[in-house]
Design a protein around this ligand. Structure first.
Ligand code: ME8
Length: 510
């Protein structure tokens, strides 16, 4: 049996969940669901990044301890992901004891291996990024991400000897040509390393809300060094050797493009320094943009949209959970930037969901009701749709395996389109009941059965509704994909239910 370990970035607990974090999480969820569907043993991890000065400051403003504050903020993510039907197996919080222990063991190992030393550091620091910048990296003297002023910080720090890993990283990249996808993002990591790596400061004395450096207790680990290790904490680093062996290094880290450097350079180097294999894959996606600007944190106010207006819950309350999942997965090819807009959601909803999928489900149930006594018919072996279906099943599988949810859905919608066209061609609603109608309806029902399976990673609730409406028991997510995702398995005689429209059209003001 294959294994699939997929992770999202752990989100800053200080920020509320928003469409950007939902984008990564829904992608990871759909991939996890796909892998479960094909029978892979799957581990899907998400969580919250809770240390650092910003969090300590917010807690103080709230009159709470950092722990009490993060207990509240983490809950917002747990609830948001619950709302979006996210099937994570674990939710890690960096303030948990298990994480403190792992981080201390992991970094002590690197220290013992001779890759951590003490020095004085002075640099330009962005409090929002929790990161230093070189003067060249600033834009008009401001942080390039937050477009806000940086401060000059001077500290006696412990340093990680990143410079020792230049050649090792380049060699690793060469030997693992799919380490980072897409290739354009991999190239960014490669040129960053080729440009020369400087040692980096990995501890702070100015902060107390963090994980203490075990060999020098005045220091805490800088939040990024603590955060990256979450991927190992969750599989028991330092406490459960067998679990680590089981899941590492074959991890799939899903990350946004602004954190390539951390995941594709620092993180593999840290793993090497600790005597571990680097993670197997980092899958980098682009940004959702609003009016051409990154949608995230403080950015939202700059484009006239309040972030709270685009909290995932606002969207799911308005459009439903599956339509939002569908939009996030379908609209923007994984790896590219994409424009997020309400108009875009409505267009996808009306075209793909209401007019195509919803319409197919409604038509099939109506005609089965009027021409087949409400009982399903079996598909035919020589159906034209069979060839389309077989091709689509292949394409969908390949697309999920290549981390291309948009292509998987595009392919599934070809089958839906073909089934609608087939119904229009035969117009069974104009025919007398009999073998010809039975054949047409059996084929359409078979397409619905296959569609339910194929879309279940992206739209689990809708898939299940379709499954039940055509009289099938259980869940399309629980079938054996290899056995069931092939033409001809819809059984004759099941009760087909008409039901409410799955996706009532949205009237747009435009
Ligand atoms: O960076 N479009 O946390 P974070 C698409 N704690 N994705 C977006 C997005 C947008 N506009 N905005 C945010 C951190 N994201 C660290 C990570 S991991 C060891 C530590 C997503 O809360 C995207 O995945 O700022 C991005 O990488 C992540 O949220 C950043 O989340």
């Amino acid at each position: 049996m294959s294994r699939f370990f997929v992770t999202t970035p752990i989100y800053y607990g200080n920020d509320a969940p928003h469409v950007g974090s939902a984008y990564s999480t829904v992608n990871a969820d759909a991939l996890a669901r796909w892998h479960r569907l094909v029978g892979d043993e799957t581990l899907f991890l998400t969580g919250t990044d809770e240390h650092g000065q910003k969090v300590a400051d917010s807690a103080e403003q709230q009159g709470l301890s950092p722990q009490a504050w993060t207990d509240q903020t983490a809950q917002r993510f747990i609830e948001a992901w619950d709302d979006l039907n996210i099937s994570n197996d674990d939710f890690i919080r960096t303030s948990e004891r298990r994480h403190h222990e792992s981080v201390q063991k992991f970094l002590t190992k690197i220290y013992e291996n001779g890759f951590i030393y003490k020095d004085v550091y002075e640099g330009l620091y962005c409090v929002s990024c929790e990161d230093y910048y070189t003067p060249e990296a600033l834009v008009n003297g401001n942080c390039p991400v937050h477009e806000r002023p940086v401060i000059t910080m001077q500290e006696e720090n412990w340093f990680f000897r990143l410079s020792a890993f230049e050649d090792k990283l380049l060699q690793y990249y060469e030997e693992h040509p799919t380490f980072t996808t897409p290739q354009t993002k991999f190239n960014e990591a490669i040129s960053f390393v080729k440009g020369g790596l400087k040692d980096i400061s990995i501890t702070r004395t100015s902060i107390t809300w963090g994980i203490t450096v075990p060999w020098d207790e005045k220091h805490v680990f800088y939040v990024w060094y603590d955060a990256l290790i979450n991927y190992l904490t969750a599989i028991g680093y330092g406490s459960d050797h067998d679990e680590v062996e089981k899941w590492w290094p074959s991890s799939n880290h899903i990350v946004g493009k602004e954190i390539i450097r951390f995941h594709c350079v620092w993180w593999p180097a840290m793993c090497m320094a600790a005597g571990l294999e680097p993670p197997a894959h980092v899958h980098v996606h682009g940004w959702l943009l609003v009016g051409g600007k990154k949608l995230g944190k403080s950015m939202a106010s700059d484009v006239g949209i309040k972030l709270t207006d685009i909290a995932p819950r606002t969207l799911t309350a308005e459009f439903g959970v599956d339509p939002i999942r569908y939009y996030l997965l379908r609209e923007t090819p994984f790896g590219n930037d994409g424009e997020f807009s309400f108009e875009g959601i409505i267009a996808r909803y009306n075209t793909d969901l209401a007019n195509n999928l919803g319409n197919l489900v409604a038509r099939v149930a109506t005609v089965v009701g009027s021409k087949c006594d409400g009982r399903g018919r079996a598909p035919t072996i020589d159906a034209e749709l069979r060839a389309v279906a077989n091709e689509v099943v292949q394409q969908v599988g390949a697309a999920w395996e290549e981390f291309a949810p948009h292509r998987a859905l595009e392919a599934a919608w070809q089958l839906i389109g073909a089934a609608n066209a087939d119904l229009e061609k035969h117009a069974p609603w104009k025919m007398e009941s009999g073998p010809e109608v039975d054949a047409v309806m059996g084929n359409a029902l078979e397409v619905l059965r296959l569609t339910a399976i194929l879309i279940s990673p992206a739209m689990p609730e809708t898939a299940e509704k379709i499954w039940h409406r055509i009289g099938l028991q259980g869940s399309p997510a629980d079938v054996s994909f290899r056995g069931e995702a092939s033409w001809g398995r819809y059984p004759e005689g099941l009760l087909v239910e008409k039901g409410e429209p799955l996706f009532p059209r949205i009237k747009s003001d435009a």
